[in-house]
Design a protein around this ligand. Structure first.
Ligand code: BGP
Length: 459
Protein backbone atom coordinates (compact mmCIF):
# COMPACT_ATOMS: atom_id res chain seq x y z
CA UNK A 1 0.00 0.00 0.00
CA UNK A 2 1.24 3.46 -0.94
CA UNK A 3 0.39 6.05 1.72
CA UNK A 4 0.57 9.81 1.24
CA UNK A 5 1.40 12.48 3.84
CA UNK A 6 -1.33 13.53 6.26
CA UNK A 7 -3.76 16.21 5.08
CA UNK A 8 -2.87 15.51 1.47
CA UNK A 9 -5.08 17.44 -0.96
CA UNK A 10 -7.20 15.06 -3.04
CA UNK A 11 -9.42 16.65 -5.61
CA UNK A 12 -9.70 18.11 -9.06
CA UNK A 13 -9.36 21.29 -11.05
CA UNK A 14 -11.57 23.08 -13.51
CA UNK A 15 -11.83 26.57 -14.96
CA UNK A 16 -14.72 29.02 -15.13
CA UNK A 17 -14.82 29.25 -18.92
CA UNK A 18 -14.86 25.47 -19.30
CA UNK A 19 -17.57 24.72 -16.77
CA UNK A 20 -19.90 27.59 -15.86
CA UNK A 21 -21.73 28.49 -19.06
CA UNK A 22 -23.73 31.59 -19.83
CA UNK A 23 -27.35 32.11 -18.77
CA UNK A 24 -29.80 34.85 -19.49
CA UNK A 25 -29.54 37.61 -16.90
CA UNK A 26 -26.22 36.42 -15.47
CA UNK A 27 -24.46 39.57 -16.65
CA UNK A 28 -21.33 37.79 -17.88
CA UNK A 29 -19.24 39.84 -20.31
CA UNK A 30 -17.69 38.39 -23.45
CA UNK A 31 -14.28 36.76 -23.43
CA UNK A 32 -11.72 36.20 -26.15
CA UNK A 33 -13.20 32.70 -26.59
CA UNK A 34 -16.59 34.12 -27.56
CA UNK A 35 -14.87 36.21 -30.21
CA UNK A 36 -12.70 33.34 -31.46
CA UNK A 37 -15.77 31.13 -31.82
CA UNK A 38 -17.68 33.90 -33.57
CA UNK A 39 -15.02 34.46 -36.21
CA UNK A 40 -13.68 30.92 -36.69
CA UNK A 41 -16.29 28.41 -35.44
CA UNK A 42 -14.98 25.68 -37.77
CA UNK A 43 -11.82 25.43 -35.65
CA UNK A 44 -13.82 24.05 -32.72
CA UNK A 45 -14.46 20.32 -32.61
CA UNK A 46 -17.96 19.59 -33.92
CA UNK A 47 -18.59 23.34 -33.99
CA UNK A 48 -19.18 23.52 -30.23
CA UNK A 49 -18.20 26.83 -28.66
CA UNK A 50 -17.70 28.27 -25.18
CA UNK A 51 -21.39 28.61 -24.33
CA UNK A 52 -21.96 24.86 -24.24
CA UNK A 53 -20.53 23.78 -20.92
CA UNK A 54 -21.21 21.64 -17.88
CA UNK A 55 -23.47 24.54 -16.81
CA UNK A 56 -22.10 24.60 -13.30
CA UNK A 57 -23.50 28.11 -12.98
CA UNK A 58 -26.87 26.42 -12.78
CA UNK A 59 -26.04 23.07 -11.19
CA UNK A 60 -23.20 23.93 -8.82
CA UNK A 61 -25.08 23.03 -5.65
CA UNK A 62 -25.70 19.49 -6.91
CA UNK A 63 -22.22 19.34 -8.38
CA UNK A 64 -20.64 20.15 -5.05
CA UNK A 65 -22.40 17.07 -3.66
CA UNK A 66 -20.94 15.01 -6.49
CA UNK A 67 -17.49 16.31 -5.62
CA UNK A 68 -18.04 15.05 -2.10
CA UNK A 69 -19.23 11.67 -3.42
CA UNK A 70 -16.08 11.34 -5.49
CA UNK A 71 -13.76 11.91 -2.56
CA UNK A 72 -12.78 15.56 -2.94
CA UNK A 73 -11.27 17.37 0.02
CA UNK A 74 -9.99 20.14 -2.30
CA UNK A 75 -11.36 21.74 -5.45
CA UNK A 76 -9.76 24.27 -7.75
CA UNK A 77 -11.74 26.49 -10.06
CA UNK A 78 -11.27 29.99 -11.43
CA UNK A 79 -13.19 33.21 -11.27
CA UNK A 80 -14.29 34.47 -14.65
CA UNK A 81 -12.93 37.99 -14.88
CA UNK A 82 -15.55 38.79 -17.55
CA UNK A 83 -18.33 37.52 -15.29
CA UNK A 84 -17.19 39.53 -12.28
CA UNK A 85 -16.25 42.71 -14.16
CA UNK A 86 -17.91 42.42 -17.58
CA UNK A 87 -15.69 44.99 -19.29
CA UNK A 88 -12.55 44.00 -17.42
CA UNK A 89 -12.52 47.38 -15.67
CA UNK A 90 -15.30 49.27 -14.00
CA UNK A 91 -18.45 47.99 -12.44
CA UNK A 92 -18.66 44.72 -10.56
CA UNK A 93 -21.52 42.41 -11.57
CA UNK A 94 -23.52 41.71 -8.41
CA UNK A 95 -24.97 38.50 -9.89
CA UNK A 96 -21.44 37.15 -10.18
CA UNK A 97 -20.64 38.12 -6.60
CA UNK A 98 -23.73 36.24 -5.39
CA UNK A 99 -22.87 33.22 -7.49
CA UNK A 100 -19.24 32.90 -6.40
CA UNK A 101 -20.10 33.53 -2.74
CA UNK A 102 -22.72 30.84 -2.76
CA UNK A 103 -20.51 28.42 -4.77
CA UNK A 104 -17.47 28.84 -2.50
CA UNK A 105 -19.60 28.61 0.65
CA UNK A 106 -21.28 25.44 -0.59
CA UNK A 107 -17.87 23.86 -1.07
CA UNK A 108 -16.75 24.97 2.36
CA UNK A 109 -19.89 23.57 3.97
CA UNK A 110 -19.11 20.18 2.45
CA UNK A 111 -15.64 20.34 3.98
CA UNK A 112 -13.96 20.90 0.61
CA UNK A 113 -11.21 23.52 0.60
CA UNK A 114 -11.44 25.94 -2.29
CA UNK A 115 -8.48 26.96 -4.43
CA UNK A 116 -9.24 29.87 -6.70
CA UNK A 117 -7.37 30.93 -9.79
CA UNK A 118 -7.82 34.36 -11.33
CA UNK A 119 -7.10 33.83 -14.99
CA UNK A 120 -7.45 30.66 -17.01
CA UNK A 121 -7.06 31.74 -20.68
CA UNK A 122 -10.26 33.83 -20.47
CA UNK A 123 -9.36 37.49 -20.84
CA UNK A 124 -12.38 39.82 -21.10
CA UNK A 125 -12.92 40.66 -24.76
CA UNK A 126 -13.27 44.39 -24.05
CA UNK A 127 -9.65 44.47 -22.83
CA UNK A 128 -8.43 42.52 -25.83
CA UNK A 129 -10.21 44.81 -28.29
CA UNK A 130 -9.40 48.10 -26.64
CA UNK A 131 -5.83 47.49 -25.49
CA UNK A 132 -4.57 44.29 -27.12
CA UNK A 133 -4.89 42.13 -24.01
CA UNK A 134 -1.78 41.29 -22.01
CA UNK A 135 0.45 42.87 -24.65
CA UNK A 136 -0.51 46.10 -22.88
CA UNK A 137 0.62 47.34 -19.49
CA UNK A 138 -2.83 48.92 -19.08
CA UNK A 139 -4.22 45.39 -18.90
CA UNK A 140 -1.51 44.39 -16.42
CA UNK A 141 -2.79 47.11 -14.08
CA UNK A 142 -6.43 46.29 -14.76
CA UNK A 143 -5.63 42.68 -13.85
CA UNK A 144 -3.97 43.69 -10.56
CA UNK A 145 -7.06 45.71 -9.71
CA UNK A 146 -9.35 42.81 -10.59
CA UNK A 147 -7.20 40.53 -8.40
CA UNK A 148 -7.52 42.90 -5.48
CA UNK A 149 -11.28 43.06 -5.96
CA UNK A 150 -11.43 39.26 -5.77
CA UNK A 151 -9.28 39.12 -2.63
CA UNK A 152 -11.49 41.74 -0.98
CA UNK A 153 -14.74 40.10 -2.01
CA UNK A 154 -13.93 36.46 -1.31
CA UNK A 155 -10.82 36.45 0.85
CA UNK A 156 -12.87 35.64 3.94
CA UNK A 157 -13.79 32.23 2.47
CA UNK A 158 -10.96 31.50 0.06
CA UNK A 159 -7.47 31.38 1.51
CA UNK A 160 -5.48 29.85 -1.34
CA UNK A 161 -5.25 31.83 -4.58
CA UNK A 162 -3.49 31.52 -7.91
CA UNK A 163 -2.71 34.29 -10.34
CA UNK A 164 -2.63 32.46 -13.69
CA UNK A 165 -3.05 29.00 -15.14
CA UNK A 166 -0.44 27.85 -17.67
CA UNK A 167 0.62 31.31 -18.88
CA UNK A 168 3.12 29.80 -21.32
CA UNK A 169 0.16 28.23 -23.14
CA UNK A 170 -1.49 31.63 -23.61
CA UNK A 171 1.78 32.97 -25.00
CA UNK A 172 2.51 30.07 -27.35
CA UNK A 173 -1.04 29.49 -28.49
CA UNK A 174 -2.01 33.15 -28.79
CA UNK A 175 1.12 34.62 -30.37
CA UNK A 176 3.09 31.79 -32.02
CA UNK A 177 0.99 28.73 -32.79
CA UNK A 178 -2.50 30.12 -33.42
CA UNK A 179 -4.55 27.87 -31.12
CA UNK A 180 -5.86 30.74 -28.95
CA UNK A 181 -7.18 34.16 -29.85
CA UNK A 182 -5.73 36.52 -31.14
CA UNK A 183 -4.03 33.76 -33.22
CA UNK A 184 -1.10 35.97 -34.15
CA UNK A 185 2.40 34.93 -35.16
CA UNK A 186 4.44 37.64 -33.53
CA UNK A 187 7.45 36.55 -31.46
CA UNK A 188 8.20 40.04 -30.21
CA UNK A 189 4.68 40.35 -28.87
CA UNK A 190 4.87 36.82 -27.46
CA UNK A 191 7.84 37.81 -25.31
CA UNK A 192 6.14 41.05 -24.25
CA UNK A 193 3.00 39.15 -23.24
CA UNK A 194 5.07 36.57 -21.32
CA UNK A 195 6.87 39.31 -19.44
CA UNK A 196 3.67 41.28 -18.82
CA UNK A 197 1.94 38.22 -17.39
CA UNK A 198 4.86 37.52 -15.05
CA UNK A 199 4.65 41.16 -13.98
CA UNK A 200 0.85 40.98 -13.58
CA UNK A 201 1.27 37.88 -11.44
CA UNK A 202 3.76 39.69 -9.20
CA UNK A 203 1.50 42.74 -8.95
CA UNK A 204 -1.44 40.52 -7.95
CA UNK A 205 0.80 38.85 -5.38
CA UNK A 206 1.59 42.26 -3.95
CA UNK A 207 -2.14 43.06 -3.67
CA UNK A 208 -2.72 39.69 -2.08
CA UNK A 209 -0.19 40.34 0.66
CA UNK A 210 -1.90 43.62 1.47
CA UNK A 211 -5.41 42.17 1.65
CA UNK A 212 -5.10 38.57 2.89
CA UNK A 213 -2.80 37.98 5.82
CA UNK A 214 -3.48 34.31 6.47
CA UNK A 215 -3.40 32.63 3.07
CA UNK A 216 -1.31 31.34 0.20
CA UNK A 217 -0.65 32.82 -3.19
CA UNK A 218 0.68 30.84 -6.10
CA UNK A 219 0.74 30.36 -9.84
CA UNK A 220 -0.15 27.27 -11.85
CA UNK A 221 2.43 26.20 -14.39
CA UNK A 222 2.36 23.33 -16.83
CA UNK A 223 5.81 21.81 -16.58
CA UNK A 224 6.99 19.64 -19.43
CA UNK A 225 10.45 18.40 -18.43
CA UNK A 226 12.71 18.66 -21.49
CA UNK A 227 14.52 15.37 -22.11
CA UNK A 228 17.40 15.16 -24.60
CA UNK A 229 17.44 12.37 -27.19
CA UNK A 230 20.94 11.34 -26.01
CA UNK A 231 23.93 12.54 -24.06
CA UNK A 232 25.50 13.99 -27.16
CA UNK A 233 26.46 17.60 -26.34
CA UNK A 234 24.27 18.95 -29.14
CA UNK A 235 21.22 17.08 -27.80
CA UNK A 236 21.98 18.24 -24.26
CA UNK A 237 22.18 21.83 -25.43
CA UNK A 238 18.88 21.45 -27.29
CA UNK A 239 17.20 20.19 -24.09
CA UNK A 240 18.73 22.91 -21.93
CA UNK A 241 17.38 25.62 -24.23
CA UNK A 242 13.98 23.95 -24.60
CA UNK A 243 13.77 23.89 -20.79
CA UNK A 244 14.50 27.62 -20.65
CA UNK A 245 11.62 28.56 -22.92
CA UNK A 246 9.08 25.93 -21.88
CA UNK A 247 9.55 25.84 -18.13
CA UNK A 248 12.00 28.31 -16.67
CA UNK A 249 10.41 31.29 -18.46
CA UNK A 250 7.66 31.43 -15.81
CA UNK A 251 9.04 29.23 -13.05
CA UNK A 252 12.06 31.45 -12.39
CA UNK A 253 10.33 34.83 -12.10
CA UNK A 254 7.51 33.32 -10.01
CA UNK A 255 9.65 31.34 -7.56
CA UNK A 256 13.07 33.03 -7.71
CA UNK A 257 11.91 36.53 -8.54
CA UNK A 258 14.27 36.80 -11.51
CA UNK A 259 14.87 35.49 -15.01
CA UNK A 260 17.51 32.95 -15.96
CA UNK A 261 20.42 34.84 -17.52
CA UNK A 262 20.85 32.45 -20.40
CA UNK A 263 17.20 32.95 -21.37
CA UNK A 264 17.64 36.72 -21.25
CA UNK A 265 20.73 36.45 -23.46
CA UNK A 266 18.88 34.36 -26.03
CA UNK A 267 15.93 36.74 -26.12
CA UNK A 268 18.35 39.63 -26.54
CA UNK A 269 20.23 37.85 -29.31
CA UNK A 270 17.02 37.54 -31.32
CA UNK A 271 16.14 41.16 -30.65
CA UNK A 272 13.03 40.21 -28.71
CA UNK A 273 13.61 41.92 -25.38
CA UNK A 274 10.33 43.29 -24.00
CA UNK A 275 9.75 46.80 -22.74
CA UNK A 276 10.50 46.78 -19.03
CA UNK A 277 11.59 49.08 -16.23
CA UNK A 278 13.83 48.46 -13.24
CA UNK A 279 10.86 49.26 -10.98
CA UNK A 280 8.93 46.43 -12.58
CA UNK A 281 11.82 44.02 -12.14
CA UNK A 282 11.84 44.99 -8.50
CA UNK A 283 8.14 44.19 -8.18
CA UNK A 284 8.84 40.74 -9.66
CA UNK A 285 11.76 40.27 -7.32
CA UNK A 286 9.79 41.32 -4.20
CA UNK A 287 6.63 39.33 -4.87
CA UNK A 288 7.41 35.67 -5.22
CA UNK A 289 4.76 32.99 -4.83
CA UNK A 290 4.66 30.82 -1.72
CA UNK A 291 2.96 27.81 -3.32
CA UNK A 292 3.15 26.29 -6.77
CA UNK A 293 0.49 24.37 -8.67
CA UNK A 294 2.00 22.12 -11.32
CA UNK A 295 0.04 20.70 -14.23
CA UNK A 296 1.64 17.66 -15.74
CA UNK A 297 0.45 15.81 -18.80
CA UNK A 298 3.44 15.05 -20.99
CA UNK A 299 7.20 15.42 -21.32
CA UNK A 300 9.02 17.45 -23.97
CA UNK A 301 11.51 15.30 -25.89
CA UNK A 302 14.00 17.11 -28.03
CA UNK A 303 17.10 16.59 -30.15
CA UNK A 304 19.60 18.83 -31.89
CA UNK A 305 18.14 20.35 -35.03
CA UNK A 306 18.68 18.43 -38.22
CA UNK A 307 18.43 21.44 -40.51
CA UNK A 308 19.68 25.00 -40.28
CA UNK A 309 17.01 27.34 -38.92
CA UNK A 310 15.64 29.93 -41.31
CA UNK A 311 16.75 33.29 -39.98
CA UNK A 312 13.97 35.08 -41.83
CA UNK A 313 11.21 32.97 -40.27
CA UNK A 314 9.42 34.29 -37.17
CA UNK A 315 11.35 33.16 -34.12
CA UNK A 316 10.08 30.06 -32.32
CA UNK A 317 11.86 28.22 -29.49
CA UNK A 318 12.23 25.39 -32.04
CA UNK A 319 14.96 27.53 -33.59
CA UNK A 320 17.14 25.62 -31.14
CA UNK A 321 15.76 22.09 -31.27
CA UNK A 322 13.67 19.53 -33.12
CA UNK A 323 11.00 17.57 -31.34
CA UNK A 324 12.16 14.02 -30.81
CA UNK A 325 9.77 11.15 -31.46
CA UNK A 326 11.22 8.59 -29.07
CA UNK A 327 10.97 5.04 -30.42
CA UNK A 328 8.59 3.01 -28.28
CA UNK A 329 7.05 5.96 -26.49
CA UNK A 330 3.61 5.37 -24.96
CA UNK A 331 0.92 7.58 -26.33
CA UNK A 332 -2.54 8.71 -25.45
CA UNK A 333 -3.75 8.48 -29.04
CA UNK A 334 -6.87 10.57 -28.40
CA UNK A 335 -4.95 13.64 -27.27
CA UNK A 336 -1.71 12.87 -29.07
CA UNK A 337 0.30 13.29 -25.89
CA UNK A 338 3.00 10.95 -24.61
CA UNK A 339 2.25 9.19 -21.31
CA UNK A 340 5.34 9.28 -19.12
CA UNK A 341 4.51 8.96 -15.40
CA UNK A 342 8.14 9.28 -14.32
CA UNK A 343 8.00 12.91 -15.44
CA UNK A 344 6.20 13.69 -12.21
CA UNK A 345 9.09 12.30 -10.20
CA UNK A 346 11.59 14.30 -12.24
CA UNK A 347 9.55 17.44 -11.60
CA UNK A 348 9.54 16.73 -7.86
CA UNK A 349 13.34 16.41 -7.89
CA UNK A 350 13.73 19.61 -9.92
CA UNK A 351 11.54 21.61 -7.56
CA UNK A 352 13.32 20.18 -4.53
CA UNK A 353 16.84 20.75 -5.81
CA UNK A 354 16.51 23.94 -7.85
CA UNK A 355 13.54 25.82 -6.42
CA UNK A 356 14.14 25.73 -2.68
CA UNK A 357 11.74 22.80 -2.21
CA UNK A 358 8.82 25.23 -2.30
CA UNK A 359 5.45 23.69 -1.30
CA UNK A 360 3.69 22.51 -4.44
CA UNK A 361 0.96 20.16 -5.55
CA UNK A 362 -0.17 18.52 -8.75
CA UNK A 363 -2.78 20.98 -10.01
CA UNK A 364 -3.76 18.94 -13.08
CA UNK A 365 -3.03 15.46 -14.33
CA UNK A 366 -5.38 13.37 -16.36
CA UNK A 367 -6.24 11.44 -19.46
CA UNK A 368 -8.59 12.70 -22.15
CA UNK A 369 -10.29 9.86 -24.02
CA UNK A 370 -12.60 9.98 -27.02
CA UNK A 371 -15.67 7.74 -27.33
CA UNK A 372 -15.86 6.65 -23.69
CA UNK A 373 -19.52 5.61 -24.11
CA UNK A 374 -18.25 2.30 -25.40
CA UNK A 375 -16.99 1.46 -21.94
CA UNK A 376 -20.39 2.09 -20.39
CA UNK A 377 -22.10 -0.78 -18.59
CA UNK A 378 -25.46 0.23 -17.12
CA UNK A 379 -24.99 3.77 -15.91
CA UNK A 380 -21.26 3.58 -15.36
CA UNK A 381 -18.29 4.11 -17.65
CA UNK A 382 -15.61 1.57 -16.74
CA UNK A 383 -12.59 3.78 -17.26
CA UNK A 384 -9.95 1.39 -15.93
CA UNK A 385 -7.35 3.04 -18.22
CA UNK A 386 -7.84 6.28 -16.27
CA UNK A 387 -7.41 4.54 -12.91
CA UNK A 388 -4.19 2.95 -14.21
CA UNK A 389 -3.00 6.34 -15.46
CA UNK A 390 -3.58 7.92 -12.03
CA UNK A 391 -1.94 5.03 -10.19
CA UNK A 392 1.20 5.09 -12.29
CA UNK A 393 1.60 8.83 -11.82
CA UNK A 394 0.92 8.57 -8.11
CA UNK A 395 3.56 5.88 -7.70
CA UNK A 396 6.22 8.18 -9.13
CA UNK A 397 4.91 11.14 -7.17
CA UNK A 398 5.07 9.07 -4.01
CA UNK A 399 8.70 8.22 -4.69
CA UNK A 400 9.43 11.94 -5.08
CA UNK A 401 7.75 12.65 -1.75
CA UNK A 402 9.64 9.82 -0.04
CA UNK A 403 12.84 11.46 -1.21
CA UNK A 404 11.86 14.75 0.42
CA UNK A 405 9.82 16.66 -2.13
CA UNK A 406 7.38 19.08 -0.53
CA UNK A 407 4.34 17.96 -2.51
CA UNK A 408 1.04 18.67 -0.77
CA UNK A 409 -1.55 17.11 -3.01
CA UNK A 410 -2.88 15.69 -6.22
CA UNK A 411 -5.70 17.33 -8.18
CA UNK A 412 -6.82 15.59 -11.32
CA UNK A 413 -8.20 17.16 -14.46
CA UNK A 414 -11.17 17.06 -13.98
CA UNK A 415 -14.29 16.22 -11.92
CA UNK A 416 -17.07 16.50 -14.50
CA UNK A 417 -16.40 16.13 -18.25
CA UNK A 418 -15.87 19.65 -19.56
CA UNK A 419 -15.53 21.81 -22.62
CA UNK A 420 -11.91 21.74 -23.77
CA UNK A 421 -11.21 24.80 -25.90
CA UNK A 422 -10.68 23.85 -29.56
CA UNK A 423 -11.23 20.20 -28.72
CA UNK A 424 -14.63 21.03 -27.21
CA UNK A 425 -16.07 17.67 -26.04
CA UNK A 426 -13.86 15.40 -28.15
CA UNK A 427 -11.83 13.99 -25.27
CA UNK A 428 -13.42 13.40 -21.88
CA UNK A 429 -11.33 13.77 -18.73
CA UNK A 430 -13.89 13.55 -15.94
CA UNK A 431 -14.32 11.32 -12.92
CA UNK A 432 -17.96 12.01 -13.70
CA UNK A 433 -19.58 11.62 -17.10
CA UNK A 434 -21.59 14.48 -18.56
CA UNK A 435 -24.47 13.66 -20.88
CA UNK A 436 -24.34 16.74 -23.09
CA UNK A 437 -27.96 16.42 -24.23
CA UNK A 438 -29.60 16.05 -20.83
CA UNK A 439 -26.89 17.64 -18.63
CA UNK A 440 -27.16 14.54 -16.42
CA UNK A 441 -24.06 13.44 -14.54
CA UNK A 442 -22.99 9.83 -13.90
CA UNK A 443 -20.06 8.88 -11.70
CA UNK A 444 -17.50 6.81 -13.59
CA UNK A 445 -15.57 3.90 -12.11
CA UNK A 446 -12.62 6.26 -11.61
CA UNK A 447 -14.86 8.54 -9.50
CA UNK A 448 -15.60 5.71 -7.07
CA UNK A 449 -11.95 4.72 -7.10
CA UNK A 450 -10.95 8.29 -6.31
CA UNK A 451 -13.20 8.29 -3.26
CA UNK A 452 -11.41 5.20 -1.93
CA UNK A 453 -8.09 6.84 -2.68
CA UNK A 454 -8.98 9.74 -0.40
CA UNK A 455 -10.47 7.50 2.31
CA UNK A 456 -7.30 5.40 2.41
CA UNK A 457 -5.00 8.36 1.74
CA UNK A 458 -3.34 6.09 -0.78
CA UNK A 459 -3.92 2.86 -2.65
C1 BGP B 1 -4.57 22.20 -19.59
C2 BGP B 1 -5.54 23.30 -19.28
C3 BGP B 1 -6.95 22.86 -19.06
C4 BGP B 1 -7.38 21.62 -19.80
C5 BGP B 1 -6.30 20.56 -19.94
C6 BGP B 1 -6.58 19.45 -20.91
O1 BGP B 1 -3.58 22.68 -20.44
O2 BGP B 1 -5.15 24.02 -18.13
O3 BGP B 1 -7.77 23.97 -19.24
O4 BGP B 1 -8.09 21.91 -20.91
O5 BGP B 1 -5.07 21.12 -20.30
O6 BGP B 1 -6.17 19.78 -22.20
P1 BGP B 1 -7.14 19.78 -23.44
O7 BGP B 1 -8.39 20.40 -22.97
O8 BGP B 1 -6.47 20.61 -24.47
O9 BGP B 1 -7.27 18.37 -23.85
Amino acid sequence: MIKFPENFYWGSSISAEQSEGRFSGDGKGLTTWDKFFEVEPYKFHNGIGPETTTSMYKYYLDDVKLLKETGHNTFRTSISWARLIPNGVGEVNEEAVKFYRSYFNALKEEGIQVFVNLSHFDTPLALEEEFGGFASKVVVDAYAKYARTCFELFGDTVKTWFTFNEPIVSVECGYLKQYHYPTEVDPKKAVQVAYNIALASAKATKEFKEVIKDGNIGIILNLTPAYPRSNHPADLKAARIAELFANKSFLDPAVKGKYDEELVELVKKHDLLPEYTTDELEIISNNKVNILGINYYQPLRVKARESKPNDEAPFMPEYYYDNFIMPGRRMNPHRGWEIYPKGLYDISVNIRENYGNIPWFVAENGMGVEGEEKYKVGDMIHDDYRIEFFKEHLEWLHKGIQEGSNCKGYLVWTAIDCWSWLNAYKNRYGLIELDLKTAKRYIKKSGYWFKKLNENNGF
